[in-house]
Every structure is written in C-alpha cells, then in structure tokens.
Design a protein around this ligand. Structure first.
Ligand SMILES: [Zn+2]
Length: 248
C-alpha cells in the first residue's frame, strides 16, 4: 500500500508540476547540442569553448513581437512545439523564436561570411532527380537531411510533387518584416515546392495547409520542425531544431 500511495503522490506531483521550467529548457538545449554546450551555471549557458551566454534577460511579459525581435535563450521555448498535426489553426509560433547570437555561434554568421564554409551538398530525392541542396554540416544537419531525403524518396508517388523542386535551403537574409536572421541564413532550413505552399503574409483566408501529414512526420522524426505549426504559418518550411522535441 505504501508503494501505491507513493506512486499516486508521484503521479499527483506530475499532474500539478505545471509548465516546463527554465531548468527543463536548458537541459533540453544541452542534450540537443552536446557537441557545443557543456552545462548551465546559474543564469549562464556555458559552451564547451568557455563562452557564456545569459539564459534569462529578466524582461517579463514580452509581447509576441518582442519575443520574435529580442529573445533571450530561454524565450526560444516560450511555446511548446506540438507533436500532433494541427486540427485547427495554430495560435502560437513554436520554434519561430530564435536567439540570433546562439545560432550564429553554432552555425556561423552568414552576413560575415561565416556559414558558407560549413555548407555541403546533399542529393534531394535522388530517385526523383530532385537536384542538390546546400545544407550546414555542423551538428550533422547534412546527414539528418540526407536521411529525410531517403525516406521521402520512398514515399508513394502521389506525394512526391509536394517535395520537388525544393524552393531552396541556404539564403542569407532576414525574416520578412523583421531584423532577425532567417533559419535559412544558418543553412539549417529547407523549403519544399512553392506550388503547394501557404504563407501567412500572402494568405487571404487565414491558416491553410496542403502539405501531407506523412511528409511532416518524416521531417519531425529527424529533428526538423515545420512552419505549418505556426500561427504565422509557412507550410513549405522545415528547419533543424532538435531541442523542441522533448522526448529525445
Ligand atoms: Zn523557409
């Protein structure tokens, strides 16, 4: 009986534990990028080369725009990335918040020419002659994208039209309408066929998606998040963000 009571107590605790704490977020970040990150020390994230980055800037109650424009390291976890395919239009932008200093240190600063040297070519759906795409080799993103490509290449033929031609990977630019670098500037993102893309800036009908769930599932299995799960949706867009998948 004591065991059962203890188990119930543990379950009760889990139920009332509430949202993830900053500690959980930082642990998750370190686990996702073990090649680069070493530990947390107070409010600092400590990199393997000794670099320290402040985790929480102490600014409370940032608006959605402020989170996008001026996020600290912990703000990247402001919205949980949902595992389920959207049953209704998303209300938040999980993964769209990126701390530029964090990603520039990891992948390079494209504006300073720091990303090109890390780019390698990956065959995109070679069975279907999808051409080659440039992707960052840091963190093995190139190998992850090659694994995605191999799985997509084996999907039923009617799904292939969504995948080729790719609308591009590396592109050193800001997110439209912001000063924040795009994930494409780090060489960790890929866009699928624009013919089946829906984008919040161009949409007249609100959230809409034509990308099949099977395609999204393949990317997510390899640590890529999907822009179709954002309120500011961009359904052809995928980017490597393993820290947003909690069970890895
Ligand atoms: Zn994109």
């Amino acid at each position: 009986m004591r065991t059962a009571a203890a188990l119930l107590a543990v379950m009760g605790f889990a139920c009332f534990a509430g949202p993830a704490t900053a500690q959980d977020d930082v642990d998750r970040l370190i686990r996702a990028y073990l090649d680069h990150l070493e530990r947390r020390d107070g409010n600092d994230l400590v990199w393997k080369d000794g670099t320290r980055m402040r985790i929480d800037d102490g600014i409370k109650g940032k608006s959605a725009d402020e989170l996008l424009e001026n996020p600290d390291v912990d703000d990247m976890f402001a919205y949980a990335y949902p595992s389920a395919f959207p049953a209704a239009p998303p209300q938040t932008d999980p993964g769209r918040i990126r701390n530029a200093a964090f990603f520039a240190k990891m992948y390079g600063d494209c504006a300073a020419g720091g990303v090109s040297k890390n780019l390698v070519q990956v065959d995109w759906l070679p069975r279907h002659k999808g051409g080659r795409v440039s992707i960052n080799r840091i963190n093995g993103v190139d190998r992850k994208l090659a694994a995605v490509s191999a799985e997509l290449d084996a999907l039923p033929e009617p799904l292939i039209r969504y995948l080729i031609p790719s609308a591009g990977t590396y592109n050193c630019r800001a997110i439209a309408g912001t000063r924040q670098p795009s994930a494409h500037g780090y060489g960790i993102a890929i866009d699928l066929n624009t013919a089946f893309s829906d984008y919040w800036r161009w949409s007249k009908v609100g959230w809409r998606n034509r990308i099949p769930a099977e395609v999204v599932a393949v990317f997510e299995r390899h640590g890529f998040i999907w822009g179709g799960k954002w309120a500011h949706f961009d359904t052809m867009h995928f980017e490597y963000r393993p820290e947003l998948f909690p069970d890895r």
